[in-house]
Design a protein around this ligand. Structure first.
Ligand SMILES: *Cc1c(COP(=O)(O)O)cnc(C)c1O
Length: 372
């Protein structure tokens, strides 16, 4: 049996008629940029999180970058974040001229360890950028307490967490802004790039809306240096069709996760740890830990099961960010995690049989839990 890691064609096929007609309607309208589809998508996504404003941009990276810029993050400022994330998280900080300051992660959830946060705060700290990694929302009540105490902004990297909740509250409920990505493989993916800022902050909204079009508050008057970062009408139209399915698709991921959890009981596989505060996990990834990760991955490939490593190396050890001056050993939990994690196929278009097969292949390879 073959078990794919992503299947964007299956996603399209499920909605083919609706997507085709939505795309054609945009093509026939002649309105390709900054039109009704984008405005409606902004309203629908903001409303789904109980928020007032959505600002659609060109990517998740831009959603982070423009959020930080609109909050006044600039050269010399420090932004506290996790070393266990996608590079975009810190590009957004660096491209604003600010400095990312890493805090090691909590080994069970893979998210920033809140007990280490305060020790990273300096006079230059201006913001915290928590990442809701693999779909589980970070420990936001604690992060918000600390942000309040030191007067720091919060931008949530929610690129992987659309649909997730913590203590009943969705993404964007804790910070000044949350950033979404519509990269095709995200839980809500476009047929290309896209992203959105979600917020309740009217000032931030005004500024972000200007920044996405070259810093223009009024046409052809540039008040600050901005970006070209619009979302296309075609992408917005596709996203609006897919958004109606998101709840169902996230639910399919959760059903797959339950199958894996059940299979891995009593083995030495460490399944994803779901905090009691996590009231909904969108399972953007189902990421296990295993001491013989590389051999397990090869075994899965041999048996037709695709898997992926998110992420093979922490950000503080990457070549592009060497100038930050971090070294091996600085964030031992993130470093060890990179050697043990493996994400298994969990996309919504897998059948129950495929997930059971993948789980079974894992179980054939791994050992019983020590002492069992
Ligand atoms: C995908 C992703 C981003 C960036 O989104 P793009 O749309 O690819 O720019 C940022 N942070 C995290 C954690 C992501 O997974």
């Amino acid at each position: 049996m073959e078990v794919s890691f992503v299947d964007l064609v299956a996603q399209y096929e499920e909605l083919k008629e609706e997507i085709d007609s939505a795309v054609l309607a945009v093509l026939r309208s002649g309105k390709y940029s900054s039109g009704e589809q984008v405005s409606l998508l902004e309203e629908e996504l903001a409303a789904s999180c109980g928020l007032k404003y959505g600002i659609a941009v060109n990517s998740g990276t831009d959603a982070l970058k423009i959020s930080l810029q609109a909050l006044g993050i600039k050269e010399g400022d420090e932004v506290i974040t996790t070393p266990f994330s996608f590079g975009a998280t810190i590009e957004a900080i660096l491209q604003n001229g600010a400095r990312p300051v890493f805090v090691d992660i909590e080994p069970k959830t893979f998210n920033i360890a809140v007990e280490n946060l305060e020790s990273a705060i300096t006079k230059s700290s201006k913001a915290i950028l928590p990442v809701h990694l693999f779909g589980q929302i970070a420990e936001m009540e604690e992060i918000r307490e600390i942000a309040k105490k030191y007067d720091l902004k919060i931008v949530e990297d929610a690129a992987q967490a659309i649909g997730s909740t913590r203590n009943g509250l969705p993404i964007g409920s804790w910070g000044d802004a949350a950033a979404l990505s519509f990269y095709p493989t995200k839980n809500l993916g476009a047929a290309g790039d896209g992203g959105m800022i979600l917020t309740n902050d009217e000032e931030l909204t005004k500024r972000a809306k200007a920044l996405r079009v070259h810093g223009m508050y009024k046409q052809y008057f540039y008040d600050e240096v901005g970006h070209t970062s619009r979302l296309d009408e075609i992408q917005a139209a596709i996203l609006r069709v897919k958004f109606k399915k998101l709840g169902q698709w996230n639910e399919a991921r959760r059903q797959h996760a339950l199958i894996y959890d059940r299979f891995f009981e009593g083995t030495d596989v460490t399944p994803p740890y779901v905090l009691p505060e996590t009231t909904y996990h969108n399972y953007h990834q189902y990421t296990i830990r295993h001491p013989r990760r590389d051999a397990l991955m090869a075994y899965l490939t041999e048996h037709g099961v695709r898997s992926a490593i998110y992420y093979p190396s922490p950000l503080h050890l990457q070549k592009a960010y060497a100038h930050l001056g971090y070294k091996e050993g600085d964030f031992p939990i993130a470093e060890k995690t990179c050697k043990e994690v493996l994400s298994l196929p969990i996309h919504p278009h897998l059948s129950r049989e495929q997930v059971e097969y993948a789980a079974d292949v894992v179980c054939h390879f791994v050992a019983p839990k020590a002492g069992v």
